[in-house]
Design a protein around this ligand. Structure first.
Ligand SMILES: C[S@@+](CC[C@H](N)C(=O)[O-])C[C@H]1O[C@@H](n2cnc3c(N)ncnc32)[C@H](O)[C@@H]1O
Length: 311
C-alpha cells in the first residue's frame, strides 16, 4: 500500500476516533506475514485503508501501542474485503439478530422496548438472508485453511446463518447451546421463556483440517468430555463498566470459544465486535485481535475494555 492512500485514509478518520500510527514498520507482505506469526495486528489493518489508490473503506481506526489489537470502524463486508485470503485464524461473529421490530422484553421487572438500534431491524426475510450469505462468504475467504468460525444467534437469524453456511460449503462442526440460568421472565406468557442462544461452529470447507483443543477442554472440565451445552450467566455488571451494549456477550462464553479453537498467538477477527468482548477474551489468552463495527460509540467502549486488559 502506498503512503498516499494511507494519507487519504487518515484524513477520513472519524472525529472522535484516536488516530493510530499509520506508517508500517515494514512492508506488509501478505497473510503469511501476519497469520499465526505473532506480528503486529496493525500491519494487517493497514490493508483495510485501500489498495493502489482505491477509495479507503474505513471511517476510523484505533490500535494498541503493542500492536496486539486493532478496532476498525467500517461495514463488516467492506472491511473483510480489504483482508487477504487466509489471513485470519479464528472468527467469532455475533451479527445483527434482526429482532428489533417493535417488540418488548423485561428488564429489572419492567417492560422495555426490545429495540437495540437501526442496525438490528429486519429488511425482510430474503434481504436478511442475502446479508448473511454476503458476510459469510467474505469470512470464509479470509479464514486460514485450518481456521474455524463461530456464529452466535437466536432463532431470528440462526437458521438463515446455518443455511447460508451449508450453501457456501463450510463444514459444520457443532451446534452449541448457550443456556442462561437467569433469563428475563416472559411477560407475554404466550411462549416458553427464552433462555438460550445458539452458536454454530464450522471449519472453512467440507474437507478442511481444523484445530480443536480437545485435551485442554477435557482437562478444564474435570477430565470429562466437554458437551455442547454451556451454562453461563449474562455479562456481569463489572463487564459493563466501560459502557453498555444492548447485546453484549459474557467474556466466559468467548473464553470457551477461543480455548476450543485457537492455536498459540492466534489472530482472532470479530466482524461485528460491538463492545469488544471477543477482544477481551482473546487478549487475556495471549492472542491478537481485529474488531470491526459500524458504531463509533460501541468501538469506544471496546477500546476502553481492550486498553484495560492490555495494561
Ligand atoms: C449483536 S451485536 C455484537 C455484540 C458483541 N458480541 C458484544 O459482546 O458486545 C452486533 C454489532 O454489529 C454491529 N453492526 C451491525 N451491522 C453491521 C455491519 N454491517 N458491519 C459492521 N458492524 C455492524 C452493531 O453496531 C452491533 O454492535
Amino acid at each position: 500500500m502506498g503512503t498516499a492512500s494511507v494519507g487519504v485514509a487518515a484524513r477520513r478518520l472519524g472525529p472522535t476516533l484516536r488516530r493510530a500510527p499509520l506508517e508500517p514498520a515494514h512492508e506488509y507482505a501478505g497473510p503469511e506475514d501476519v497469520a499465526g506469526s505473532g506480528a503486529d495486528v496493525s500491519q494487517l489493518t493497514l490493508s483495510l485503508f485501500g489498495h493502489d489508490g482505491a477509495v479507503p473503506r474505513v471511517a476510523g481506526h484505533l490500535a494498541s501501542e503493542t500492536g496486539r489489537w486493532s478496532l476498525v470502524r467500517a461495514d463488516a463486508v467492506e472491511a473483510m474485503r480489504g483482508l487477504r485470503d487466509g489471513s485470519v485464524d479464528v472468527i467469532f461473529a455475533d451479527p445483527p439478530y434482526f429482532l428489533s421490530n417493535g417488540g418488548s422484553t423485561c428488564r429489572g421487572g419492567a417492560r422495555v422496548s426490545v429495540d437495540k438500534g437501526a442496525w438490528d431491524q429486519s429488511k425482510g426475510l430474503e434481504a436478511d438472508h442475502r446479508f448473511n450469505v454476503g458476510w459469510l462468504e467474505e469470512a470464509q475467504r479470509v479464514l486460514s485453511p485450518s481456521g474455524s468460525i463461530w456464529v452466535s444467534g437466536t432463532h431470528h437469524v440462526i437458521f438463515s446463518v446455518g443455511f447460508a453456511m451449508q450453501g457456501l460449503g463450510f463444514k459444520v462442526l457443532n451446534q452449541v447451546t448457550w443456556e442462561k440460568p437467569n433469563p428475563p421472565p416472559n411477560l407475554g406468557r404466550r411462549t416458553l421463556t427464552h433462555s438460550t442462544e445458539t452458536l454454530i461452529w464450522a471449519a472453512k470447507g467440507l474437507k478442511s483440517r481444523y484445530r480443536f483443543n480437545y485435551a485442554e477442554l477435557r482437562a478444564a472440565n474435570g477430565g470429562k468430555q466437554q458437551k455442547d451445552v454451556w451454562r453461563f450467566t449474562a455479562p456481569l455488571k463489572a463487564e459493563r463498566a466501560h459502557g453498555r451494549h444492548p447485546t453484549q456477550k459474557p467474556v466466559v462464553l468467548l473464553d470457551m470459544v477461543l480455548r476450543a479453537s485457537c492455536g498459540p498467538g492466534a489472530l482472532v477477527l470479530d466482524p461485528f465486535c460491538g463492545s469488544g468482548t471477543t477482544g477481551v477474551a482473546a487478549l487475556r489468552l495471549g492472542h491478537r485481535f481485529l474488531g470491526v463495527d459500524l458504531d463509533e460509540e460501541h468501538l469506544e467502549t471496546a477500546r476502553r475494555r481492550l486498553e484495560e486488559v492490555s495494561r
